[in-house]
Write a protein that binds this ligand. Structure first.
Ligand code: NAD
Length: 486
């Protein structure tokens, strides 16, 4: 049982009200609680971040890098002990909890490693004088994150923000906060008081945090509707924003695809990892009519191998959904599809678990013959079901994908990788993966983020440091002018 605390100015604080964290595999089991921070406590945390900012931002970069490298090591050391708890509070399987923590550790080390080059001053020196272009930190940052990959999604903001010299107030989701709060607590020894603060609570805590006038930058990951609200609030003080929002990420299967069990398992992994609750996860599969029936048969066989049970049971290959609201929303989408004549094939095997009816479990399903205007095809289902949609003209799939309000990721499946790379250029999404669509497709050296309603800005890569700095020009130019502007 973990009763987490707020972390404000290096001190642990409680609140009069707390929020219970229950197991998604058995909602009768309470795993711990987090304080529901008051608006005064949010203010206190932001004030602490603002007070700590001048000193932290003026430290030599090597010291901030050192703190991030130490954080990477500390998170790494917590993986074995905390991955099972992460699976218990979140629902996802042990392998996915390991990935969440490992990626968080990796992103701290990677970002610290590239920061010297990415943050270096640029100088222009010519007969006209000298110009210095520098990157400076922005100020106190609000990092607001969701429940599906709570640790890595938080560190995708914290690592670039902190190494660049900003201070942070983190607001995790109340749906899977316990391991993340333990990580933030453990990292306090590596940062001066006030540099890395954390306030927990529900949506109102997030609202109070992003609206605080001393916050200068918001790093947000979550749903599109929440992202819109955050952006509207940011407009008030022209706060900088990075938004990582939802996706409805298609797999475009080409007619030369290899239908082997290995490929089918890779596609199934893309759709059913973390019980389908991955922002860039595979959400629909477009297949040429000519191979549709063969594809569906081979794909069904791969999905049928999934074993559903509690996330912390090593025999499970898919856990429950994280919360009742998410399960209800997926059930509604499936209900609508069935009502409209689509075929929903339920597959997989259920692990014997006495608590089945007390958990947010769902078996994996594949939907065929769905009208493309149905929510199962058009919206982000964020759950363990995926539609297979036939196409005759490739151009039509590209038009459909590019017309969608989403633009986070897509994948192309083909035996001809050159053809797939060329086709990737035509898709209006932040990422296009070839012959893979899961965590292994991600590369921290490459920018990650969405086009259109899927977000604004990029995480990972040197672009993440751009997002947590402002450019400043300092110049002494008294001689002849620089290059002509026209
Ligand atoms: P959510 O938008 O409901 O909540 C995200 C966070 O924002 C939570 O901490 C919440 O308390 C806080 N919040 C809610 N209202 C707020 C407000 N008005 N102002 C400030 N903060 C507020 O999302 P969720 O249900 O936790 O997560 C699921 C969604 O997140 C899905 O749509 C998924 O696609 C998206 N997501 C996107 C990415 C990505 O990188 N693009 C990654 C993971 C999840």
């Amino acid at each position: 049982m973990i009763n987490a605390k707020l972390i404000i100015n290096g001190r642990e604080e409680t609140s009069d009200r707390t929020i219970d964290v229950v197991s998604p595999a058995d909602t009768r089991v309470v795993l711990g609680s987090v304080p529901d921070a008051t608006s005064e406590q949010v203010d206190e945390a932001v004030q602490a971040a603002a007070t700590a900012f001048p000193e932290w931002s003026s430290r030599p970069l090597e010291e901030r890098q050192g703190a991030l490298f130490a954080a990477a090591g500390a998170i790494h050391d917590m993986i074995e002990e905390y991955a099972p708890l992460l699976s218990r509070e979140n629902g996802k399987i042990l392998e996915e909890s390991h990935i969440d923590l490992e990626f968080a550790s990796g992103i701290c080390g990677y970002t610290a490693g590239i920061s010297a080059e990415a943050l270096a001053d640029q100088r222009i020196h010519d007969a006209g004088g000298t110009t210095l272009i520098r990157r400076r930190p922005i100020g106190p940052v609000a990092a607001v994150t969701p429940w599906n990959f709570p640790v890595v999604l938080s560190f995708m903001k914290l690592a670039p923000a902190l190494v660049a010299g900003n201070t942070v107030v983190l607001k995790p989701s109340e749906n899977s906060p316990l391991v993340l709060t333990e990580v933030i607590r453990a990292l306090q020894e590596h940062f001066p008081p006030g540099v890395l603060n954390m306030v927990t609570g529900g949506d109102a805590t997030g609202e109070a945090l992003v609206a605080h006038p001393l916050i200068r930058k918001i790093g947000f990951t979550g749903g599109i509707d929440t992202g819109r609200k955050v952006m509207a609030v940011a407009a008030q003080d022209i706060k900088r924003v990075t938004l990582e929002l939802g996706g409805n990420d298609p797999a475009v299967v080409l007619d030369d695809v290899d239908l082997s069990p290995e490929t089918m398992r890779r596609i199934a992994k893309g759709a059913f990892s973390a019980t389908g609750q991955v922002c860039f996860g595979l959400k629909s599969i477009y297949v040429p009519t000519r191979i549709h029936d063969r594809f569906v048969e081979a794909f069904h066989a791969a999905v049928d191998e999934i074993v559903v049970g509690p996330g912390d049971d090593p025999r499970s290959t898919m856990g429950p959904l994280n919360n009742a609201q998410q399960k209800g929303s997926v059930e509604k989408i499936l209900e609508e599809a069935r009502g409209a004549g689509a075929v929903v094939t339920t597959l997989g095997r259920k692990l014997d678990t006495a608590a089945w009816e007390h958990g947010h479990f769902m078996m994996p399903s594949v939907v065929t013959d769905a009208d493309p205007r149905l929510a199962i095809v058009e919206q982000e289902q964020f759950g363990p079901t995926v539609p297979v949609v036939r196409y005759t003209e490739l151009d039509e799939v590209i038009r459909l994908t590019n017309r969608s309000q989403f633009g986070l990721a897509a994948s192309i499946w083909s035996a001809d990788e050159d053809r797939a790379f060329e086709l990737g250029r035509r898709l209006d999404t932040g990422s296009v993966f070839i012959n893979s669509h899961s965590f292994s497709s991600l590369d921290p050296r490459a920018p990650f983020g969405g086009t259109k309603n899927s977000g604004l800005g990029r995480e990972f890569s040197p672009a993440s440091l751009d997002a947590y700095t402002e450019l400043q020009t300092i110049s002494r130019r008294t001689g002849p002018p620089g290059p002509p502007l026209s």
